[in-house]
Design a protein around this ligand. Structure first.
Ligand SMILES: [Mn+2]
Length: 363
């Protein structure tokens, strides 16, 4: 994982002598800890990763996580209690004049503790460098995301026959999550969204007791977690034959997604990718109904750093992975969203999520 540590250092604006990635109690876990150490399981509450400019990484780990930590092959400092943890950290901080920390993830409590351990060191927020490094995936990360995408795509296809009038949104969500885990997922990447009928017009609805009815549009937004890497896919299906209005909404979103897809190339700015889809939708009667950004980076988190939206200055680079997820939402009627996970390559966009993008009629 030397290359990942060096990638963080390469992205720094001002030099530091050490970077500390600090976990508190779940859910206050910095996924950058897993990026830097290469570990893909364990929880590592209260543990820290210490990164040095030569690419070295050492882990201060609880005895509880020792077996998991060994898989990293990195130097371990094992603690059994708070005093041993602080002593190990103090030893690592010795002689370090400038300490980098990830302000996006460290808790105020852990930060205060760190300052106390090294009272003479200057503290520097390196969150920007950590984020920039994580945006560009290495081959191992791409393979894990590809697997997570494959599991999600296959699981949706297996779940489609289950979806019909009379089932509840919750039942569909449960069936999909069950399929993902049976297909090898570590778990769901996030709370599964199954929004039927008017609920489909609410982008971040989850899933509830509503019974699916004939004529409903159903937005299904879901993802598989595979060894800590996320996929994030959305498909919209219709129960029974689609009405002309539903078909028009769907085709508009699909054309918007295609227009954006063309822009997933190295050197293009995030806002340019977003604009391609937005311009298309805003030129139709659905103007103003695309009410969120086009997409976001995925990786160790579902929202892994940079967003693709109307103000995004991110410049796309090879080996970045983003979602491409335009949508149209009409209150009281329903919504359509189509979301795929896209790997940026020199040769153009590579779509990692393989489920069919056609409007599927179920039930
Ligand atoms: Mn998404």
């Amino acid at each position: 994982m030397k290359a990942r540590v060096k990638a963080i250092y390469r992205n720094l604006k001002q030099p530091v002598d050490a970077i500390v990635l600090s976990n508190s109690t779940d859910p206050h876990i910095d996924m950058s800890f897993f990026y830097a150490t290469g570990l893909t399981d364990g929880l590592f509450e209260g543990c820290t990763a210490w990164l040095f400019p030569d690419g070295r990484c050492e882990i201060v780990t609880s005895a509880l996580e020792e077996e998991a930590a060994k898989k990293s092959g990195l130097l371990l400092h094992i603690f059994r209690n708070r005093d041993e943890r602080l002593a190990a950290m103090k030893a690592l901080a010795k002689g370090v004049r400038r300490i980098g920390f990830n302000a996006s993830e460290i808790t105020q409590k852990a930060y205060a503790e760190l300052v106390k351990l090294a009272p003479r060191a200057r503290m520097a927020d390196v969150s920007e460098a950590v984020m920039r490094a994580r945006l560009v995936k290495d081959d191992a990360e791409i393979e894990l995301i590809r697997t997570a995408c494959g599991i999600a795509s296959r699981s949706l296809e297996q779940t489609l026959p289950f979806i019909r009038a009379g089932r509840t949104e919750s039942e569909v969500a449960a069936e999909l999550v069950y399929a993902m885990q049976k297909n090898g997922a570590t778990g769901p990447a996030f709370r599964t969204i199954v929004g039927a009928g008017p609920n489909s017009a609410e982008p971040h609805y989850t899933a509830g007791p509503r019974e699916i009815r004939r004529g409903d549009l159903i937005v299904i937004d879901f993802g598989a977690l595979f060894k800590m890497y996320h996929s994030d896919v959305t498909r919209t299906v219709v129960v029974g034959p689609a009405s002309p209005e539903q078909r028009e909404m769907y085709d508009t979103v699909r054309r918007a997604q295609d227009a954006a897809m063309e822009k997933f190339r190295p050197g293009v700015k995030g806002k340019t990718v977003d604009a391609a889809a937005r311009r298309l939708i805003d030129a139709t009667k659905y103007k103003g109904r695309f009410i969120h950004g086009l997409g976001h980076s995925i990786g160790l988190a579902t929202h892994d750093g940079g967003g693709l939206n109307s103000v995004s200055d991110i410049v796309l680079k090879p080996s970045m992975v983003f979602t491409n997820e335009p949508g149209i939402y009409v209150s009281g009627f329903g919504g359509v969203r189509i979301e795929d996970d896209v790997l940026v390559t020199r040769g153009g966009p590579q779509v990692l999520s393989t489920a069919s993008r056609d409007l599927i009629s179920v039930g």
